[in-house]
Design a protein around this ligand. Structure first.
Ligand code: AMP
Length: 180
């Protein structure tokens, strides 16, 4: 039985070089909608964010965007989704996405995606929450993040248990199966 979840997806405001990521983002949006999960994301229409949100909305899924006021224009705030929350700052955006989500998915993206993922991960490391964090390593998209985690453990700046705080998946279908 599928339990509907509220899934925050952190992903790029760009498409990236490999078309595999846009394709995977669309499959993720469609798959979340088909399983009745709510997509919580950064609220933009551009890049991988736009791909996942458009696919989820087109498949009849519930999509909640959270965007800071100053990025409404730059990231083309989405107007075709169920809810668009506008926050005062990046910090309140991250807090709001945290509050709304039951589970976090770190998808392909750049520094913003890494930042959002690391914040959620460091909060988990500090015992501030126990919400699951899934890292997608699709066409190498998770390598930078996993490399940083491994380096921190290797250098003695993080405990080995940090590894157990992230679930790594290598395809959208594995991610959807994991979500249930
Ligand atoms: P990127 O992965 O760099 O394309 O960014 C993806 C999303 O993360 C975009 O919506 C950015 O607005 C957002 N973002 C960028 N920098 C930060 C930051 N320092 N904190 C939170 N979100 C950010």
């Amino acid at each position: 039985m599928t339990t509907a979840r509220s899934v925050a997806v952190f992903c790029g405001a760009s498409l990236g070089r490999d078309p595999a990521w846009a394709e995977a983002a669309r499959a993720l949006g469609t798959g979340l909608a088909a399983r009745g999960h709510t997509l919580v994301y950064g609220g933009g229409k551009v890049g991988l964010m736009g791909e996942v949100a458009n696919a989820a909305a087109a498949a009849g899924g519930r999509v909640v965007g959270v965007i800071p006021e100053f990025l409404r224009r730059a990231e083309h705030a989405h107007t075709g989704i169920a809810v668009l929350e506008v926050t005062q700052s990046m910090h309140t955006r991250k807090q709001r996405m945290f509050d709304l989500a039951d589970v976090f998915v770190s998808f392909a993206g750049g520094l913003g995606t890494l930042d959002e993922t690391f914040e959620i991960l460091t909060w988990r490391q500090l015992g501030m929450h126990e919400k699951p964090i899934v890292v997608c390593d699709i066409a190498g998209s998770g390598q930078a993040l996993m490399g940083a985690i491994e380096a921190a453990i290797e250098m003695g700046f993080a405990k080995a248990e940090l590894r157990e705080m992230v679930t790594i998946v290598r395809s959208v279908s594995d991610l959807l199966d994991w979500l249930g």
